[in-house]
Write a protein that binds this ligand. Structure first.
Ligand code: OGA
Ligand code: MN
Length: 197
């Protein structure tokens, strides 16, 4: 795993956005996708808001994805494997980069055909505890015509990232404006934030 952690951190240091192709094994990606689909089919995934509890706005013109929060209390074995992996990554990040990440939060995310999330930053205006954004994609056989790219707005350039299965991206939550382009088919992920409280 250390090789993949290094790949994520090195690309982050070089280009403000860390990318690793195989952060999740095929099997874990598959099992988590099944969990997500179960929540979706049970109508447990809800329209995501923007901003936190104090300033929640649900604006379908700004983002149209649906989310369901992961919770350690659920004792789902595959989510537990995912949390173990994140614990290992955070320990490695804190040790090698002197970050002081103390917690995290993650949700499943579903963008259905036609969904999008317009250009934004991930940190709330009234709370800066979200330090890094971390997204893992759960989409087998994604091709360019499927759309749904993550578009990163660097200061002097744009970068398109396709949401391929098992790929993860990692960036500072207060630094990089980004958006999700309209997807032409279901686009699934686990999205979260590494926090210092
Ligand atoms: C977000 C977000 C990007 C993606 O949920 O805040 O920007 O590629 N997601 O899913
Ligand atoms: Mn975002």
């Amino acid at each position: 795993m250390q090789k993949i952690f290094d790949q994520l951190i090195d690309s982050f240091i070089e280009n403000k956005i860390g990318i690793a192709a195989d952060f999740l094994s095929e099997n874990l990606a598959h099992q988590l996708t099944q969990n997500l689909l179960l929540h979706f089919n049970n109508h447990e995934m809800k329209a995501a808001g923007t901003g936190n509890e104090q300033v929640a706005v649900q604006n379908k013109n700004f983002r149209s994805d649906k989310i369901f929060w992961l919770d350690k209390k659920n004792k789902n074995p595959f989510e537990d494997d995912f949390f173990k992996l994140m614990d290992a990554f955070i320990l490695y990040l804190n040790t090698t980069c002197y970050t002081s990440i103390t917690s995290y939060e993650f949700h499943y995310t579903m963008y259905e055909k036609g969904d999008f999330y317009k250009k934004h930053l991930d940190q709330f205006k009234n709370n800066d505890s979200r330090k890094f954004s971390f997204i893992i994609y759960l989409n087998q056989n994604w091709i360019a015509a499927d759309g749904g790219e993550l578009l990163i707005h660097h200061q002097h350039s744009e970068q398109h990232i396709s949401p391929q299965n098992g790929k993860s991206v990692f960036f500072k939550s207060n630094e990089l404006p980004h958006e999700v382009l309209i997807t032409n088919k279901s686009r699934m992920s686990i999205t979260g934030w590494l926090k210092s409280d």
